[in-house]
Design a protein around this ligand. Sequence first.
Ligand SMILES: [Zn+2]
Length: 273
Amino acid sequence: MSEPRAGVEDPAPEAGARPKDPAPEAGTRPKDARPEAGTRAEDAVVPLCELVALGCRILGANGHADYVWGHVSARDPLGRGIWMKAATYGFEEITVDHVILVSFEGDVLDGDHPRHSEWPIHTEIMRARPDVGAAVHSHPPHAIAIGAAGRPLLPLSHAGTLFVPPDVPRFTKTADLIVTRELGACVAECLGALDAVLLVNHGIVTSGQEVRDAVIRAVLLEKAAHQQILTHACGEPRFWSSDEESVAKRHNVWSEAHLVMLWEYLSRSLPPG
Ligand SMILES: [Zn+2]
């Protein structure tokens, strides 16, 4: 993308667009894709959907709210696709009932709400990356500003060291919606073996082995971008961590124990309701 683009608006998602199956009647579930209660599969799926919902609410409370846009997904443990936030609701509104099962072809297999049109971001990343169990796509303003400015992300604070080095990759093929498997595969290719990418003039994508990791990366990517914009407001950045120090901080500051603490704090600090 070599020249500035006019702002591209995320239009309303394709409400209820289902390539094959008609929308189920309200209050019904098509063919019980969610396993029977009490089975091992149900034991795995319900907590996963609760995690997706919790991740959505954490994003909504931490700089990622953009009306009803943005989504979190987790890989279905039975290999049927992804459990994903439904369309038409904001992050802060999501409960387990707003998490739907979407196949790798985009069919809604379980759930009473429409899917987001950008489902291929999630399915294609998971198709390309067997190690990825969860993904986030959102439109956080500071990360979008860094991408639009063409600035490399700098490790100016703890948050930045989670990502840099190397610089966060930039997806510039289009700033429009990622609504085809081909475009989703291009996003996955841009992400490569990393876990964060800036969709220039659009938003971000993060990934992780589990919902916690993908959500924390999204929260910290936006925090790092915010810090960088504050620094630019004071003048050109003069000091930041060397690559060596940044990698060391990635292990020290963002250790597993600290990630657990952060996740529990983010969960506790959600507004009531
Ligand atoms: Zn988007």
